[in-house]
Design a protein around this ligand. Structure first.
Ligand code: GDP
Length: 328
């Protein structure tokens, strides 16, 4: 929303999870009929880190299937011009060749710790492609790498590694702790993209996708309807190096303790984003700058930072538990 506003878009419509339960098909349809959006960014999803995904697999597949089903159905029924669906890099096979190209989709077994989430997202991609094929719609699916930034969830049990470590190092420094635990062996490698860059890439793709480019050809090629597009930073780091960088930015001087009883997850997840780069887009926020910005935000919002993840069934019945960022 920030990025759209800064680019001069003013007629923006959003609903919080308490205002509109996206898992409720009838309500979502009624909302689309009354608001009649022209362009839809489907970023809402139930998301969480490695622990949340392996602890609540049923919630992760159920909620995500329902959200995307409701929104894509309503978008088609109300003639939305274009829809951009956010998937995730975890849809690719666990042992995909790195960097991972879009062609790796459905070529091998998935990482077990987040398979239910990944299967839901793969269904979402196939849903968009199938509507394109059958109805001639222009829905594009994008696969962001691990995202981070201001406004993220810093919940210790549910969050992803980057906010989890920022918080843990911050608290260790504050409390004078001698050691900080880092889950797993520290060996896995991940690619991180600042959320502002991801938003920028999504708006860029929404504008150019399936439109005639400067050469008169349809962006995305003749087969634009079937395409998915990776959104990555272009480089990865080991969890150990990430932890060292966060330690330095937070200014903590104690030791790192790797807790191998926690899962490592997939060994490496680096996207090949050349399809996106070929449309003239590139990221602007370096990992160091992005972490510094995120840390400043966290310190300013420590008391109020959102808890994106809770297994509270009451919250879900009320339409809760639906985050708005990329997942695993
Ligand atoms: P993933 O990309 O789906 O595996 O999601 P995560 O961001 O949750 O985890 C990435 C990697 O960071 C995994 O190897 C985790 O074991 C590791 N990691 C290290 N410390 C933490 C932590 O405190 N929280 C989380 N979520 N992951 C951690």
């Amino acid at each position: 929303m920030r990025r759209l506003e800064s680019q001069g878009y003013s007629n923006l419509v959003a609903r919080s999870r308490s205002e509109l339960d996206l898992t409720d098909m009838a309500r979502v349809r009624a909302f689309f009929e009354s608001v009649r959006p022209e362009y839809v960014f489907l970023a809402a999803a139930k998301v969480g880190g490695i622990l949340a995904n392996s602890t609540y697999p049923a919630d992760f597949i159920r909620d995500n299937l329902l959200i995307q089903q409701s929104v894509v159905d309503a978008a088609y029924a109300t003639n939305v011009r274009k829809l951009l669906f956010l998937g995730s890099s975890c849809i690719y096979p666990r042992m995909a060749t790195q960097p991972i190209t879009e062609a790796a989709l459905l070529t091998g077994p998935l990482e077990p710790t987040n398979e239910p989430y990944a299967v839901a997202k793969i269904a979402g991609i196939t849903l968009c492609r199938s509507y394109n094929r059958q109805y001639g719609t222009r829905y594009v699916s994008v696969m962001p790498t691990n995202l981070y930034g201001e406004g993220d969830s810093f919940d210790p049990a549910g969050s992803h590694v980057l906010p989890a470590l920022l918080r843990r190092f911050h608290e260790a420094k504050r409390d004078g702790a001698r050691q900080v635990a880092v889950w797993g062996t520290g060996a896995p490698r991940r690619e991180f993209l600042h959320v502002d860059d991801a938003a920028d890439a999504c708006i860029h793709l929404m504008r150019i996708w399936a439109e005639p480019g400067p050469d008169g050809q349809l962006t995305g090629g003749a087969d634009a309807a079937n395409e998915i597009v990776n959104i990555g930073y272009g480089g990865d780091v080991s969890i150990r190096d990430l932890a060292e960088l966060i330690r330095e930015i937070v200014g903590y001087s104690g030791e790192l303790l790797f807790d191998a009883s926690k899962p490592d997850g997939t060994p490496r997840k680096l996207l090949d984003s050349s399809r996106l780069r070929s449309t003239g887009w590139q990221p602007r926020v370096s990992l160091r700058e992005g972490i510094e910005r995120t840390y400043r935000w966290y310190v300013a919002h420590e008391k109020t930072a959102r808890r994106a993840w809770t297994a509270d069934p009451v919250a879900r019945a009320a339409g809760g538990n639906v985050g708005a960022s990329s997942g695993s």
